[in-house]
Design a binder for this molecule. Sequence first.
Ligand code: PCA
Length: 209
Amino acid sequence: MRLLLTGFGPFGDIVCNPAQLVVEALAADVTLWEPDGPHRLISVILPVEFGAADEHIRNLIEAHRPDVILMLGVAAKRDSIGLERIALNLDDAPDRPDNAGCAPDGIPIAAEGPLALAATLPLPALRASLNAAGFPAVISNHAGTYLCNHVFYTALWTVERLGLPTRCGFIHVPLPRDLQPAGADARVALADLVAAIRHCIGYLSECPT
Ligand code: PCA
């Protein structure tokens, strides 16, 4: 399996993005990416900038034509791992400028694209597998209207435009207790998130549809 795995860097009051830490931990896991093993990884930390992240994800898909795209971002207010079902063709963050100062106010992402696109991963089966392994995971109906939704939509639309068989999904991770002030009541630690996304990679590599 050729996997494109993305995370995001810091933004707003997220000084250290757990999505970035999870991607970096998995990229460094030599048991997953043995030189002669079956899996190839392209891992990238995207900037929290609408324009730059958009260009980056399109170029990566065109250059690498991965079998699976798994994109990660943090959703600090959630307490479970969220498997995103729908990407909206909408950037809407008038009060939340990105790291380049861009604050779109209800702008379509792709003028010629449909209003929404659905993840092409087997979400209910993936949720069941995560839950059976003890990870708190739910299906979330949409990924917001900020950067995570933007790259999710752009990836799905790019795959569709190019006619690729690539399966594509977005996962929001909660803020783990290690990245919160001492005493904060978070359900998961960073190591749990790394293990959960590792579980997803294993599941997707064994389950072709
Ligand atoms: N989370 C934000 C953008 C980057 C990230 O990690 C979001 O949910 O859109």
